[in-house]
Design a protein around this ligand. Structure first.
Ligand code: ADP
Ligand code: MG
Length: 457
């Protein structure tokens, strides 16, 4: 029989694997286990506000994990700290011999029901195949069907916006569905760096052990954007030890990067060799046919009326990445909605004239910054401009404000207008907040550096 503390530790451990680090730290870590009442696991939040947010945004996820760890515990209830007494009384009345406390750790584990860390929309089915990406797609599929097989490690590299993250999530989604027992961990720079920094900074064994536990006890490790993770000597070491252990155990490793190992001077030689020892594949910017296929795909998905000539215009002029194609398509759509006009070639030319200025460097716009930030935090792009105020959105929003101030010439008033019609004082406050964090928290500083690199490579 395990106690509430231990059970809660296991739940937290699972949640930390699937949630964004900041959300996890802000909302989950601070909860305290109170008791089991019948088949309900009761947790206490510090404030009524916290309870409200958790009820709204995280309760389902917590419930799912709780239930997957012990199928007898079917519900979760969040209370506010002061109500604890009331619940403890209730517990003593209803508890006797209900047998509701977990008696065998994980005995009823039902892994397939855990919350997914993978974006649903990034699957093999939604990935449009073309000359520019067919090898990467085929390799990713092979790995998903037969992890730990002949392509190990699989190393996928390309410029930004060409589908690396999409393919990594597709592998994860596929395995979750076809082989739910396989333990897949997706590590992007945000999760990994935060963990590595705490291992290194803390210098204590507990953090290191937790890190090792998490990463060594898995079947498939998907590492996105490794170029942002490596660099620091000590983090390389911890990371590579993990890598080596998994590799020796014949566990599948998939790595994405913006360049091949041979062009990563910061990489230790033996790892350059290791990374190159499996399969290296690149994704090229989409050729014209692939671009057309992708655009047609958007058109079908959005079920809107667009003539071929408009798609051809976009495919001819926007050549650099799929993300840009997506952006161009959305911009045309947006222009037509705003002006209540049908999508014509003329309208498209007008809408895209900034994006296709020949030879000019890419203009850094507020929209582009929002795109990169929402992508990083895996939010939908309208979350930033929405009125929502929960921390998981407000914080990335403040990061957008800060980056707009640093990377564009716009005034705080203009930035506020573009970020959901906010007041300039809100923008000033947001920027100050982020600046303060940058100066006090190295993980935030690192993240902002990464975002700036993503926006302005
Ligand atoms: P990367 O990780 O290489 O920077 P992403 O995987 O984030 O790129 O891709 C950027 C966007 O383009 C995503 O919305 C993704 O779904 C889309 N995308 C990229 N390649 C394809 C493709 N072949 N078919 C459909 N969508 C794609
Ligand atoms: Mg990516």
């Amino acid at each position: 029989m395990i106690g509430k503390e231990e059970f809660w530790d296991d739940v937290k451990n699972e949640l930390s694997k699937t949630m964004q680090t900041i959300s996890y730290e802000i909302w989950i870590e601070k909860l305290e286990p109170v008791c089991f009442v019948d088949s309900t696991f009761v947790l206490a939040a510090n404030t009524a506000m916290a309870k409200k947010t958790i009820d709204r945004s995280y309760l389902d996820q917590i419930r799912e994990v709780v239930n997957s760890l012990d199928s007898f515990v079917t519900d979760v209830e969040i209370i506010v700290k002061d109500q604890e007494g009331e619940y403890l009384e209730k517990q003593s009345v209803s508890l006797p011999d209900k047998g509701l406390i977990v008696d065998e750790k994980y005995s009823h584990k039902n892994k397939g029901e855990k919350a997914s860390p993978f974006l649903e929309k990034y699957t093999f089915e939604t990935f449009v195949q073309g000359k520019s990406n067919e090898y990467a797609l085929a390799a990713a599929k092979t790995v998903a069907e037969n992890p730990g097989g002949k392509y190990n490690p699989l190393f996928i590299y390309s410029g930004v916006g060409l589908g690396k993250t999409h393919l990594l999530h597709a592998i994860g989604n596929y395995l979750r569905k076809k082989s739910p027992k396989t333990k897949v961990v997706y590590a992007n720079c945000e999760t990994m760096i935060n963990e590595l920094i705490s291992v290194i900074r803390g210098g204590n064994n507990e953090d290191s052990n937790r890190f090792r536990e998490k990463y060594r006890n898995i079947d498939v490790l998907l590492i996105d954007d490794i170029q942002f993770i490596i660099g620091k000597e000590s983090s390389q070491l911890e990371f590579f030890n993990t890598f080596e252990t998994l590799f020796q155990l014949n566990k599948q490793i998939v790595i994405s990067s913006d360049k091949p190992p041979r062009d990563m001077p910061e990489l230790d030689d033996r790892y350059r060799t290791r990374f190159s020892s499996g399969l290296l594949v690149d994704i090229q910017p989409p050729d014209y046919e692939t671009s057309m296929a992708i655009l047609n795909n958007f058109k079908e998905k959005e079920s809107i009326q667009v003539d071929e000539e408009v798609l051809r215009f976009i495919a001819t002029n926007i050549r650099s990445s799929v993300r840009e194609l997506e952006g161009a398509f959305k911009k045309v759509q947006y222009f037509s909605t705003l002006s209540h006009q049908k999508i014509t070639l003329e309208l498209a030319e007008n809408a895209l004239k900034d994006m296709i200025k020949p030879d000019s460097a890419r203009e850094i716009t507020v929209e582009y910054i929002i795109d990169i930030v929402t992508d990083h935090f895996q939010l939908s792009s309208d979350a930033i401009v929405s009125k929502k105020r929960q921390k998981t959105i407000a914080y990335p929003r403040q990061i957008c404000m800060y980056l707009c101030k640093e990377l564009t010439d716009l005034s705080t008033t203009e930035i506020g207008e573009k970020i959901g019609g906010r007041d300039h004082s809100t923008v000033i406050h947001g920027c100050a907040k982020i600046e303060e964090l940058i100066n006090t928290d190295p993980t935030v500083k690192k993240m902002i550096d990464i975002l700036i690199k993503k926006i302005n490579p």
